[in-house]
Design a protein around this ligand. Structure first.
Ligand code: ADP
Ligand code: MG
Length: 693
């Protein structure tokens, strides 16, 4: 249960003064729907309102805060004219200018003869001082309503900084006096203020330095967030290590058969990783292991051999793919092998219905099916196995720690192998998968040729189409990717359609188009035709659609490559790196080209090493955007910024492990404080699952 001390922070934002129904929607879009979300919405700049000169000496373009007396109103004659109010501070006059406002309310608020304090930016034209729409107009006694140094928050349309500042201050006022969860010696050596001091300072910056992520109070907050994250993962990890699992120690017969028919030898890296997996599987505790390997490094066969070990033990195994297309692809890869070695494999997706579905479900329950392939969604529902002992989760960007928890507590406590094709920098592995053991395939199969990567401006398109004509005539196949940016999906889709139509002029019906707005079935049909070679150029809008293995496709053309993140570009290029034929990747860019975009394209030209690319990506963008938007499933931090706080993460991770060594149930006074921390940062899954009571 959430500690009572946190209730005021976890109530709805509409409990704040001034937040009505309409504002609540905007605020929740901006920061979140709980009061605590506003705490994490930190200012990024300061407006200095301390400049308070005599009007006669005021500098144009500056923000001033002064006391004035209202002397005259100039009421507009037409709707287009502004309403003007003349005031004076005794040294000079100033004209306040209002567009599109109710005359009545101005007349009332700025009554002639009254005194007000105003704050806003002034402009001086021909010795006339003007202020258009003052930021503040307050009665002369209420100067305290205007902050000398006003924090500037990011906003969303419909909200003013004044309003957001006000509700953030209300949120701040609800922060209770927290017990200290950081160790005193630690706090000293890192020069940390308390959490309460830190959060107050973060919302009340006095200098620009106070806004720096490397300032002591921001570091403290980042540390707290990281500690909460690492501690919750460490709790999961410590419990899973204790959890009785299955001993999976097969006789090796199926695996031997499989290796005999495999047309290649495993790489050293694959062998090493398999050893790690088999050792885990043979152990008495439940396996929870992450398998990282770049696109094309050969994870599928590793996963398959690992599943065969379970089948040798008379148990069942399952592999979960993120999409139907990828699930089908696994079936196509594995079914022929299964047939030869006598293992029954089936595919179950949301689209398999009726009799077929019923039959599969029955055979799963009877144990007739040895290996099941499905999508993530499927496993959330109740698919009943006779004896599920090994689960592979493939390319699971959307599969967070709580989902893993759900899975590992399912039925027979199966061993879990999570595979990801996204190279993840070491530090991020800690934050996203700190609850798991870790294996890495760091070598790609022999004989792969490097991809010939070129970066070109879109103006060269004629040239590119010409050389594409030659390649297509030689029987090659190509992807042509047009990016989709969320905000303007329609426009982008149109761009892809236009490109498709232009290419049709050159290539006729050898061109196909897939995009996210199509029905699954249509998509599948087109993919099928591309696989079979009826379509030679596949124009696609999204990355997902090309997450498919077509070994014959050796050319990747990416339009607006400057809009893609490094990780995405790397994934895209990976699509044509599968065969043994020489392949090429053309990254087309359009202007304007930002500094960061230029750097990304340069890296793409220089290296194919996914891990290096991921590290560079982290440096260039910070972890927030690492994989492009939210799909990534990476832990999103609100206060910690991995491009600045990496060292803090490592400290927090060590700290978390040490805490559990001393106080596994978080029962000491510091443990109790840490429970509050876990709830404060909403990392309480582990507490609920393992520390209840
Ligand atoms: P990914 O890691 O992206 O899932 P796959 O498992 O799909 O990679 O493997 C990519 C391709 O490389 C497949 O065609 C697979 O058969 C092949 N492959 C896997 N391991 C080896 C190996 N040791 N030697 C040669 N080819 C391999
Ligand atoms: Mg794969």
């Amino acid at each position: 249960m959430r500690p009572g001390i946190l209730f005021p922070l976890f109530s709805s934002i509409s409990s704040l003064t001034g937040v009505g129904e309409k504002n609540a929607k905007l605020v929740s879009k901006l920061a979140g729907d709980k009061v605590v979300d506003l705490l994490w919405h930190l200012p990024y700049n300061i407006i200095d309102r301390t400049y308070s000169p005599a009007l006669a000496n005021a500098q144009s373009g500056k923000i001033i805060t002064i006391k004035v007396k209202i002397t005259e109103h100039i009421v507009p004659k037409t709707k287009k004219q502004p309403y003007k109010v003349i005031c004076s501070d005794g040294t000079e006059e100033i004209t306040l200018v209002f567009f599109k406002v109710y005359s009545q309310s101005i007349a009332k608020n700025l009554a002639i003869g009254s005194e007000k304090i105003i704050s806003g930016k002034i402009e001086v034209f021909n010795n006339i001082i003007q202020m258009t729409h003052p930021d503040y107009i307050v009665p002369s006694g209420q100067i305290n309503d205007i902050l000398g140094l006003e924090p500037v928050y990011s906003l969303t349309a419909g909200l003013t900084n004044k309003f957001v500042g006000k509700i953030c201050r209300q949120a701040l006022a609800r922060v209770p006096a927290f017990p200290e969860w950081t160790e005193e010696s630690h706090k000293k050596s890192l020069n940390f203020p308390s959490f309460n001091e830190a959060i107050a300072k973060a919302h009340n910056p006095k200098t620009l330095l106070d806004l720096e992520p490397a300032s002591a109070h921001r570091m403290r907050l980042a540390y707290d967030e990281l500690l909460a994250n690492q501690l919750s993962l460490a709790i999961v990890r410590s419990r899973i290590k204790k959890q009785q699992g299955r001993v999976l120690k097969g006789n090796g017969l199926l695996r031997k058969k499989m290796l005999d028919i495999l047309p290649f030898n495993l790489t050293e890296s694959q062998e090493k990783v398999l050893k790690e997996i088999f050792a885990d599987a043979a152990g008495e505790t439940q396996m929870h292991r992450l398998l990282q390997g770049d696109v094309g490094s050969g994870k599928t066969i590793v996963a398959f051999l690992a599943m065969l070990n379970a089948v040798e033990c008379g148990a069942q195994a399952a592999i979960m793919a993120p999409t139907e297309i990828l699930a089908k692809q696994h079936l196509e890869t594995l079914a022929p092998f299964c047939e030869e070695i006598g293992v029954k494999i089936e595919l179950l997706t949301g689209r398999i219905k009726g009799k077929n579905r019923k039959k599969i479900l029955e055979e799963l329950k009877d144990g007739k099916i040895n290996i099941l392939i499905g999508t993530h969604a499927l496993f959330v529902e109740d698919v009943e196995f006779k004896n599920l002992a090994f689960v592979v989760v493939d390319e699971q960007h959307r599969f967070g720690v709580h989902q893993r928890l759900g899975l590992s507590n399912k039925g027979d406590k199966p061993d879990i192998l999570v595979m990801t094709a996204t190279p993840i920098p070491r530090t991020l592995v800690l934050t996203a998968y700190g609850d798991m053991e870790y294996s890495k395939i760091d070598q790609s199969p022999k004989g792969r040729k490097p991809v010939d990567t070129r970066v070109m401006p879109i103006t060269k398109i004629e040239e590119i189409i010409k050389s594409l004509q030659i390649k297509i005539a030689e029987g090659k196949r190509a992807y042509w990717v047009c990016p989709l940016v969320e905000e303007s999906e329609k426009v982008d889709l149109q761009a892809a359609i236009n490109r498709y139509e232009i290419l049709q002029k050159y290539f006729g019906n050898h061109v196909g188009l897939v995009h996210g707005k199509m029905k699954e079935k249509e998509k599948d049909e087109i993919m099928e035709r591309f696989k079979k070679g009826k379509i030679k150029i596949l124009v696609a809008t999204t990355v997902i659609e090309v997450g498919v293995n077509v070994p014959e496709a050796t050319i990747m053309i990416v339009e607006h490559a400057e809009r893609f993140g490094l990780a995405q570009l790397h994934q895209l290029r990976g699509r044509v790196k599968r065969g043994y034929e020489a392949s090429s990747c053309i990254l087309l860019y359009s202007y304007p080209l930002s500094e960061a975009a230029r750097a990304r394209l340069k890296i793409m030209r220089e290296t194919e090493d996914g891990f290096l690319i991921a590290e560079e990506d982290l440096k260039l963008r910070g972890q927030g955007e690492l994989l492009g938007t939210k799909q990534s499933g990476f832990t999103e931090f609100k206060l910690a910024d991995m491009s600045v706080h990496q060292n803090l993460l490592i400290t927090a991770d060590k700290d978390a492990k040490m805490i559990l060594e001393k106080d596994i149930n978080l029962k000491t006074p510091r443990g109790e404080a840490l429970r509050i921390l876990l709830y404060l940062f909403e990392r309480d899954d582990a507490v609920k699952t393992y520390l209840a009571g």
